[in-house]
Design a protein. Structure first.
Length: 327
């Protein structure tokens, strides 16, 4: 099979277990989960899905020589996402608006209840080993470190938002090397540009006001649907399209739901108002401090740019919004 990736180009995939996983219902569902959430309304310029990102993480790990088990782990790392991606953190009490931990917290249990373990066992892979995050440090690391997951979603999002061209992405990837299971830049200027672009993407898109409005408004409509019995909890693990179809159906006879959907569709004016507000919400904020190889020594960007220390500290704090709607 030849897979055409938007940013990495043509990739040959011939491993039987990968082919089978790509065809599995759990993985195919990700084709209808958009990377940026309710993208039709809030981020129409970003039509990519969790399916595309997940294959991207697999490709990135493959390119940089990760073990095949780590490649498998990277491929399935997002199958537990709810509709509209991080919505679980805004709908369920066990979620975290500030840190978006819901998907990671349920990942192992969710995967074990899919067909994925059967597929992996068939091909003689240990599902428990593959689901253990600490086994795979190239795939995932805590902020402000870089990892395959973080690198791919940044490069992919930046491409769709026209912050990076395919040529720039190729140059960036060529500047990485793996040293002691760490992603390290060979050039400090490339690392600095990467970090600054990452900061821009975070402030404008991932943790910005549009993300806050998107998560807050669609979550309010879904929570109302759950309360009224229009939706079941299991529906939150279907697809964006299905949820919208169900909410639209019941909004015709429920004026409150109709109003909540108008907010989610950006049909209601709003303003920031800390004293008088309808929606109080947090967004996860991300900041990175990349590693750089300088004269055979590995240093962080913050060690050679003291201003970056403050940027990482401030950029790592969740953002808080108070929003008033003007119905």
């Amino acid at each position: 099979m030849i897979y055409q990736d938007k940013i990495y180009g043509k990739i040959k995939i011939e491993e039987p277990v990968i082919m089978e996983l790509l065809k599995s219902p759990a993985f195919k569902r990700l084709k209808e989960i958009y990377q940026m959430g309710y993208k039709d309304v809030w981020f129409p310029q970003a039509p990519h899905t969790r399916f595309e990102h997940s294959i991207g993480v697999f490709i990135l790990l493959k390119k940089f020589g990760a073990s095949f088990e780590e490649q498998l782990s990277g491929l399935i790392h997002d199958v537990s996402h709810t509709v509209f991606c991080h919505l679980g953190d805004y709908v369920f009490d066990s979620g975290s608006q500030r840190f978006h931990t819901f998907q990671d917290d349920i990942h192992k249990k969710f995967v074990l209840n899919t067909e994925i373990p059967k597929i992996l066992r068939k091909h003689r892979f240990d599902i428990n080993f593959i689901l253990e995050e600490r086994n795979f440090s190239l795939k995932k690391k805590v902020l402000p470190n870089l990892c395959a997951d973080r690198i791919d979603y940044f490069l992919r999002d930046a491409f769709y938002f026209k912050e990076l061209t395919k040529e720039k992405i190729k140059d960036t990837l060529n500047d990485f090397e793996i040293i002691n299971d760490r992603w390290v830049f060979k050039d400090s200027n490339t690392a600095r540009i990467f970090a600054k672009k990452f900061k821009k993407m975070n402030n404008l898109h991932w943790s910005g006001i549009k993300a806050a409005l998107m998560f807050g408004t669609i979550a309010a409509a879904i929570k109302h649907g759950l309360k009224k019995g229009y939706l079941k909890e299991k529906d939150i693990f279907t697809t964006d399209k299905f949820i919208l179809k169900m909410l639209n159906k019941f909004s015709k006879k429920d004026s409150e739901l109709n109003l909540l959907l108008k907010r989610a569709r950006k049909k209601v004016a709003w303003k920031l108002s800390i004293k008088n507000y309808d929606l109080h919400i947090f967004t996860k904020s991300r900041a990175i401090d990349p590693l750089i190889k300088i004269n055979d020594k590995i240093k962080r960007l913050s060690e050679i740019d003291k201003d970056w220390v403050k940027i990482v500290k401030e950029g790592s704090k969740p953002k808080e919004y108070f929003i008033k709607f003007k119905e």
